[in-house]
Design a protein around this ligand. Structure first.
Ligand code: C2O
Ligand code: CU
Length: 529
């Protein structure tokens, strides 16, 4: 294992990922942010220099932070934000984890403005090595032209319905084609922006690592004429699954093998947003959106030797044959870990959570988990409360939604009830989990649980008005966020805190640099919240 040093210098940069120029929150001036690449077991030492006028934090989505909860990057839970004009070093090992991850700001809705990028942990013993020749990273993102803070203000305005802001466009690997005739006059917009083009050589096989880094959008991903052989799901190698269309919600990742065995030519790469997943919002809430009549976001797969023409390939129309439902996960019965692992058969801590959305007293829409809506405490994050105040389990936390469990070596079972009609992609920090049951109606039936070979994921889409049951081992002391990854729902409070091994957390010492982030003086900072 090696120590890998990385610098992320954050600044505002004018960029036009979809042809429309806007101020983008970038790392090293790039969008998407730089690829972080390492091998299994490596230590990442990432120096973040904040040249924004806003505070920030960075989260490493899917990395467990075993024993290093304070580098998990959740503003208000695991750290105070990094102030403008200062630097902070995240320093953690990826341990035994391998596969496809990403990193993003976890400070307010900042990642929607661009602060996000891929993180890949190469596995020297990958079971699929030798079954592909090259690998590519491919990210999917919805894209807004307005600043996230304005969109949040709009979302939180009293009386503002149950609808999320509608993106203006979509991007594949940071590139898209906005219809400039929809832009407001005065906007700088290039109608001929190039899409992402992936070149392949006939006869070769390609591993595509696909990451949905969106704020709002669920996608059906496909490449015309080419089947996708899924080999990895959220960092876990799986027995191969052949699909024509891959469902992917926010925060989820897949590796697929694509066999470049078709006629030399160009083929559309597609990220389609099924209508119901986003367009239940009245279009009037974003008259500039290019997605209302064209929800197909495209890139190009081009064979070496093919002319530079646009593809005229046809899209697969067998989506339903793969058990696909709009806005829902790939059927859990299809996902089998490559190395069978059995889930905990007994649980030491079992609890239910229920997810709702509804108006608060000011008629602002809020999200609730067990009746509580989360708001970050940016000057006194949960980890500090637990470490310093030694608050006991029954008291912690005040006015925040949380559950505590302390049985080291035991197992947690969470039964999640979605009392809202929409789907929510829930992501757990600090762990991945076995999905032992899931349903879009009724309630969990213990006799139907899969306790033999359930999938392991770190992001699960709760079906609308449905439920899910997950289990995982208690082995990682810390405060772990469990939240819907639709960023607008985070802002409405759809975040839960899991406080794992409170007594162990209290034996740990925060690194001085983490402690220093919470020094007084800080509260006066501009735009802290
Ligand atoms: Cu992508 Cu709380 O994370
Ligand atoms: Cu949600």
């Amino acid at each position: 294992p090696q120590d890998i040093y990385i610098n992320l210098v954050l600044s505002y940069t004018d960029l036009a990922p979809d042809g429309y120029t806007r101020k983008v929150w970038t790392a090293n001036g790039q969008y998407p942010g730089p690829l972080i690449h390492c091998n299994r077991g490596d230590r990442l030492i990432i120096n973040v220099t904040n040249n924004f006028e806003d505070p920030t934090t960075i989260h490493w989505h899917g990395i467990f932070q075993l024993g290093s909860n304070w580098y998990d990057g959740v503003g208000g839970q695991t750290q105070c934000p990094i102030l403008p004009g200062t630097s902070f070093v995240y320093n953690y090992t990826v341990g035994d984890q391998v596969g496809t991850y990403w990193w993003h700001s976890h400070y307010l809705a900042q990642y929607v403005d661009g602060l996000r990028g891929p993180l890949i942990v190469n596995d020297p013993d990958d079971p699929y090595l030798g079954q592909y020749d090259y690998e590519y990273v491919l990210t999917l993102e919805d894209w807004y032209h307005q600043l996230a803070e304005d969109l949040v203000a709009m979302r939180l305005a009293p009386g503002y319905s149950a609808f999320n802001p509608v993106p203006d466009a979509g991007l594949i690997s940071g590139r898209g084609q906005y219809n400039c005739s929809r832009a407001d006059s005065g906007a700088k917009c290039d109608p001929n922006n190039m899409p992402a083009i992936y070149t392949v050589t006939k006869g070769k096989k390609y591993r595509f690592r696909i990451i949905n880094m969106s704020a709002e959008a669920f996608f059906w991903f496909s490449i015309d004429g080419h089947k996708l052989t899924v080999i990895e799901v959220d960092g876990v190698a799986v027995k191969s699954i052949e699909l024509s269309v891959l469902p992917i919600h926010i925060g989820q990742r897949f590796s697929v093998i694509v066999d470049a065995s078709k006629d030399v030519g160009s083929y559309w790469i597609r990220a389609d947003i099924p209508e119901d997943c986003i367009f239940n919002s009245p279009e009037t809430i974003n008259a500039n959106s290019d997605l209302d009549n064209n929800n197909n976001i495209t890139g190009i797969l081009r064979y070496d030797g093919a002319p530079n023409d646009l593809p005229n390939s046809k899209k697969f129309n067998d989506a339903w044959s793969n058990n696909l439902f709009p806005c829902q996960d790939l059927d859990i019965s299809l996902i089998k870990p490559y190395e069978p692992v059995s889930p905990p058969q007994k649980v030491t801590d079992q609890f239910n959570i229920s997810v709702t959305l509804g108006p608060d007293k000011k008629n602002t829409t809020k999200a609730y988990i067990n009746g509580q809506s989360w708001a970050p405490d940016l000057t006194n994050p949960s980890i500090m409360k637990i470490m310093e105040e030694k608050i006991n389990a029954t008291k912690f936390p005040v006015n925040a939604n949380a559950y505590m469990y302390d049985s080291e070596g035991g197992a947690v079972e969470i039964v999640i009830y979605n009392q809202n009609g929409a789907e929510h992609p829930f992501h757990l920090h600090g762990h991945n989990f076995f999905i032992i049951g899931m349903g879009s109606s009724g309630s969990p039936d213990v006799s139907q649980y899969n306790l033999i070979d359930p999938p392991l994921r770190d992001t699960i889409t709760l079906p609308g008005s449905g439920w899910a049951v997950i289990r995982y081992l208690i082995n990682n002391p810390g405060v772990w966020a469990f939240h819907c990854h639709i960023e607008w729902h985070v802002e409405l409070g759809m975040v839960f805190q899991l406080i794992e091994m409170q007594s162990k957390i209290q034996e740990l010492t925060l690194p001085p640099s983490v402690e220093a982030l919470c020094k007084p003086g800080y509260q006066n900072t501009k735009r802290l919240a």
